[in-house]
Design a protein around this ligand. Structure first.
Ligand code: SF4
Length: 451
């Protein structure tokens, strides 16, 4: 959002003083405030003349256009970034991750990549990550070979498709074959004029050029041909070139508002002649909108997806897990019942140790808004009432043959209050540290059996 509320108000009817309330808001300034935050659309004001409306629409376009690639649950949405540095405001949209497949690759290697695209996934902090995109490259120059690769990509993965071929005829044939899946089509200065007329105007076009200057010129050509959804890629030949190009593009979009560079970027580390982890680790914080890897390496993927999640997590919003009752080690009627909060780091620390204990257990995870145990207790989100309410709501008593509840040692003071709220229940004060759970649980069960 480029305009502030006061700037918008000046452009509203009667210089923002009409205040007729037909938009449903108290006055023009209230409308301008909502518009600036994206909470309402221009349609709500019936008194805007077409010229002002067009001017506002243009001025309010995000400096980096939002682009959607792929379909369904594999859809990747990128763009609309607003800052150069993460300390200014959070980075919004994590880069999509893709795998590069070539039609000259050995069959085994290609099969491993297709398998990875369709099956591999990695869960961390309640988020599942996987490869979203298959970048299909024509290295053979042979139409039949390339179309075979595209068919495999379509049939064996649900990933979004990126088509890479220099020959316009081959590229357009691949586009025709895959257009129901809305592929991204990469064009260069040498094939753009022959490829663009054959594409639907709502196609996402990846504009690829040797450097930023050539990229801006080609991007403007593609825009003027009627395409609105673009991705940008430079063939940076080294890591310093990659960082320089990415920085120049982001600065041109945000600081200079240079529209031809106001799109997300695609990074091909293999084009750098360097696929080392350092290149990938640099591309994630250095503004990549999509990163295309060219090797299957699960350990490396996990490291990058972890880095991506860390860079693109809003530090102002604590990571959470779903508030519900989790089951561990096949709980039966004698399973222990533990309580914790939905702050993801707390949950994973506790869940990991309950798992390690090898003791059957239910873990009751309260919605504390992502606060840890002590913080949620002091904020009034973890108390005897909230715990008792969850016990009743989920009818926890019906799951087991005992009425014993384990609370975190850090909130031992809640024991009596919970027993007052839940008549008949015995509240046991558990460990202060999750690491003590594997020693605590067997002893708890032994004592329960002895009584
Ligand atoms: S409808 Fe338009 S002119 Fe009327 S108050 Fe709302 S913004 Fe102002």
């Amino acid at each position: 959002m480029a305009l502030k509320a006061a700037d918008i108000q000046k452009r509203l009817p009667d210089g923002g003083k009409k205040n007729c309330k037909e938009c449903g808001l108290a006055n023009c300034f209230a409308f301008a405030m909502k518009l600036a935050s994206g909470a309402v659309s221009l349609d709500r004001c019936p008194h805007l003349d077409p010229a002002t409306r067009a001017e506002l629409e243009e001025a309010m376009l995000p400096p980096i256009r939002r682009i959607t690639i792929g379909q369904g649950d594999r859809q990747v949405v990128i763009g609309e970034e607003e800052v150069l540095h993460r300390h200014q405001k959070t980075f919004l949209r994590a880069p999509g991750m893709g795998l590069l497949l070539s039609d000259t690759e050995p069959a085994e290697r290609r099969a491993a990549k297709l398998e990875c695209l369709s099956q591999w996934q990695f869960e961390r902090l309640a988020r599942v990550s996987r490869f979203d995109l298959a970048a299909l490259a024509c290295a053979s120059g042979n139409r039949d070979e390339y179309l075979r690769l595209v068919r495999e990509g379509l049939d064996r993965t649900g990933a979004g498709i990126i088509l890479l071929a220099e020959d316009p005829g081959i590229l357009l044939a691949a586009y025709e074959l895959s257009k129901a899946r809305q592929p991204v089509v990469c064009v260069t200065a040498t094939n753009a004029d022959r490829v663009l007329p054959g594409l639907a105007r709502d196609t996402v076009v990846c504009v690829r050029a040797p450097g930023v200057e050539a990229l801006a010129a080609l991007s403007a050509r593609v825009e003027s041909a009627g395409f609105a959804d673009l991705l940008l890629a430079t063939d940076a030949g080294s890591l310093p070139d990659l960082v320089r190009d990415q920085t120049l593009i982001r600065r041109a979009a945000l600081v200079k508002k240079h529209r031809p560079l106001g799109y997300p970027t695609v990074v091909f580390p293999s084009a750098c002649g360097n696929t080392s982890p350092v290149v990938l680790a640099a591309a994630i914080p250095k503004y990549a909108g999509v990163i295309i890897l060219d090797e299957v390496d699960a350990a490396r993927f996990q490291a990058f997806l972890t880095l991506r999640q860390d860079i693109y997590t809003d530090p102002r919003v604590p990571p959470t897990v779903e508030s519900k009752i989790y089951e561990f080690n096949r709980p039966a009627r004698d399973a222990s019942i533990l309580v914790t909060t939905n702050f993801a780091l707390t949950y994973y620390a506790v869940a990991g140790e309950v798992e390690n204990s090898r003791q059957a257990a239910y873990l009751m995870v309260l919605d504390t808004g992502g606060l840890c145990v002590l913080a949620s207790w002091s904020a009034g989100k973890l108390g005897s009432e909230t715990i008792a309410e969850m016990v009743r709501k989920h009818d926890v008593a019906s799951r087991v043959d005992h009425l014993q509840l384990v609370i975190p040692g850090l909130v031992a003071r809640l024991k009596g209050e919970i027993e007052d709220e839940l008549p008949g229940w015995q509240v046991v004060v558990g460990p202060r540290e999750a690491a003590e759970i594997p020693g605590f649980l067997p002893e708890l069960i032994r004592k329960r059996h002895a009584n």
